[in-house]
Write a protein that binds this ligand. Structure first.
Ligand code: ASP
Length: 449
């Protein structure tokens, strides 16, 4: 049995929802269906979730959300009539209006897109509707409560027969208040349901043919990765590749359930399989031979470069340096080091200029370095793949490609598992660096793997 999650573009209008129904109905194993709120119908459109955030804001500003809610009502009217359904959502909209006007809050308001989308999908598929609030739990601090949720999903859903539709994106706290995940969170709901019902696979239906080797905004027509492991996915999504919500990995990974990214608008494409790392390593899955699986990156990092002769023989040097960061609540992203140097790479958004000045001062006072430098505008590029573990010369190919493209490397970090090579470059060189690495490993001929 499978869990299928359909994203906002798949649920955007009547024709796309028809496609969803065709996909579900053509697969006997498609039992649990998780849906997003209607997303954009074209580039300039507004997602229903965003319309609902405006309802909440309008209510806070003017006392009532009624005018803003009209747009949401119109979107659903269009969907219901386009699908030819006999479904009157007026009672639901009356409750939603009263709740938002009565102060039900931002999360409640924004969750109603998935709630209504779920009702529509259940009606169209002749399926049972189960409210996410009955199975997805958050604690009173608003943190997702995975074990209570897993129990609830198991006891309320696992024994059911026939198709079941569950809205994505939200759940409830013990006091009954609706709480949402962060944006894009229906992916997480799908993964939670897959774990709770012990699905054989979690299909995540979206609007692209799969996970691309690199962001198509940086490199036109990148190839699709036919298979990647959870570990590779984690590395790539941490570095900004965002086909799936990064938190959706955890529930399915715990239960060793593979994810298949599929395209609602091209259902014959096999998409991308994301498989348990240990099963891949033990040969349960095979894929075409590639040295690197994907390339991802992020801009807006800063580096603090500390140099001191003989720092390697100074006991506690790294600890003292990291303590300074901790005192200023700064998260460490990378710590590449040389014999007499240590570089601390941090997310620029974590820093204000006062804390930079204070950190540099404290480093000088407490560590007496020969030199300390602070550099802004660093972009990190991660080259990821289990394939590099078995091949010599991958790093040299990365560096030669960068040097041929006239990109200066500011920092190098290779994880000990040989799953990634991370290079820091100047933000101005970011796109050039990604394209050069792509060309080296994936561009053109088949041999370039
Ligand atoms: N509708 C929500 C959003 O736009 C959640 C989702 O689609 O996954 O972020």
């Amino acid at each position: 049995m499978k869990v299928l999650k359909f994203g906002g573009t798949s649920m955007a209008n009547a024709p796309s929802i028809r496609r969803v129904a065709d996909i579900v109905e053509s697969d006997d194993k498609a039992q649990f269906i998780v849906v997003s709120a209607p997303g954009k119908r074209e580039v300039a459109d507004v997602k229903v979730t965003d319309l609902l955030y405006s309802c909440y804001e309008t209510r806070n500003r003017d006392g009532l959300c009624d005018a803003a809610l009209e747009q949401v009502i119109r979107r659903f009217d269009e969907i219901v009539s386009g699908l030819g359904l006999t479904l009157d959502l007026t009672p639901e909209f009356n409750v939603i209006r009263d709740q938002i006007n009565g102060g039900a809050g931002r999360d409640y308001a924004s969750s109603r897109g998935e709630f209504l989308s779920g009702i529509v999908a259940a009606k169209l598929l002749g399926a049972r509707f189960v409210d996410a609030g009955d199975v997805i739990r958050f604690d009173m601090d608003g943190n997702f409560d995975s074990e209570t949720t897993n129990r609830l999903v198991g006891s309320r859903l696992a024994g059911l027969t026939g198709r079941v539709v569950i809205p994505g994106f939200y759940g409830k706290m013990p006091n009954g208040k609706v709480k949402t995940f962060s944006r894009g969170g229906s992916d997480i709901t799908g993964a939670i349901i897959a774990r709770g019902v012990n699905a054989e696979i979690y299909e995540n239906w979206t609007d692209v043919d799969g996970f691309m080797t690199v962001d198509p905004r940086l490199q036109e027509n990148p190839d699709i990765i036919n298979m990647l492991t959870y570990k590779e996915l984690r590395e790539l999504s941490y570095m900004g590749a965002n086909v799936l919500h990064p938190d959706s990995i955890f529930p399915v990974r715990k239960a060793d359930i593979p994810i298949n990214i599929r395209n609602t608008f091209n259902p014959s494409a096999p998409g991308t399989m994301i498989v348990p790392t240990k099963k891949y390593m033990s040969g349960d899955y095979t894929r075409d031979d590639r040295t690197i699986t994907g390339i991802a990156g992020k801009t807006d990092f800063s580096a603090i470069y500390v140099e001191k002769s003989m720092m390697n023989s100074e006991l506690g040097f790294a600890r003292k340096l990291l303590q300074i960061l901790e005192r200023h609540n700064i998260l460490l992203e990378h710590l590449p080091s040389g014999i007499d140097t240590m570089t601390v790479v941090i997310d620029r958004s974590d820093l204000c200029s006062e804390s930079v000045a204070a950190v540099l001062r404290e480093i000088k006072d407490e560590l007496a370095p020969d030199n300390v430098e602070y550099v802004d505008g660093i972009a990190l590029v991660a080259v990821v793949g289990h394939g590099m573990n078995r091949k010599k010369g991958t790093a040299s190919r990365v560096f030669s490609a960068l040097s041929a493209a006239d990109v200066n490397i500011r920092m190098i970090d290779q994880g000990s598992s040989e799953l990634n090579i991370i290079v820091g470059v100047e933000t101005g060189d970011y796109k050039k660096a990604i394209r050069a690495i792509y060309r080296e490993f994936r561009g053109g001929t088949k041999e370039k793997i």
